[in-house]
Write a protein of this length. Sequence first.
Length: 207
Amino acid sequence: MIYLTLFFSFFRIGIFSFGGGLAMLPLIFQTVQQFGFMSAEEFSNLVALSQVTPGPVAVNAATFIGYNFAGVTGAVCATLGVALPSFLLIITVIKFLDRFNNNKGIEAAFSGIRPATVGLIAAAAVFVGESALINMENSILLNGSATGVCNELTWGYIKWVLEDLARGVEIIPCLVFVVTVILAAKFKMSPVKIIMIMAVVGIIFCS
C-alpha cells in the first residue's frame, strides 16, 4: 500500500508541476508534510543533497524520499512516479509538435505558466529558507507563543520585538546565504564550487 501511495503521490507531482525541479519543490514539500514522510529540516537537507548529486532535482528528491520512507522499493516507486508523466507527455507532444507551432491558445497558456513557475520557485525558496535560516524555537513571535504580550507601539516594545526576531535568525546560515547570492549573481561562480566551499564553511562553523 505504501508503495502505491509513493507512486501516485509523485505521479501527481509530475503531472501538475511545470518549470523543472525547483518549481516542483513546493508540491513535493506539501506531499511530504501531508503523509509525514519527513520533517521540514529533513526536507531542507534533501534540497541541498538533490542539488549536489547528479541528475534532476525532482528525480533526486523523489528517490531520496522514497528510500527514506520505504527502502529501495519505495525509491523505485517514487522515482518512476515523478518521471513517468514527463516521459508520456513529451512523447505525446513530439507526435503533435507541428500542430502546436504558432498556436495562439498554446502561446497564451504558456504566458500564464511562465510567471506561475517563477512564483513556485519563489515559494520553494520560502519553504526551504524557513528551516535553513530561521530557528523558530528561539523566538516567541516566530513560534506563535507571544500570547498576552503588550503590543503598544513604544520604543521598549519595538526593541523587544527586534531582539526576539534576532534570536530566531541563524547568523551563520544567513551569512552563507548572502555570500552565495553574491558569488553566484555577481561573480558567476560555478554552483559546484559554491556548494563545496559552503560545505567546508558549515563543517568549520556549524559542527
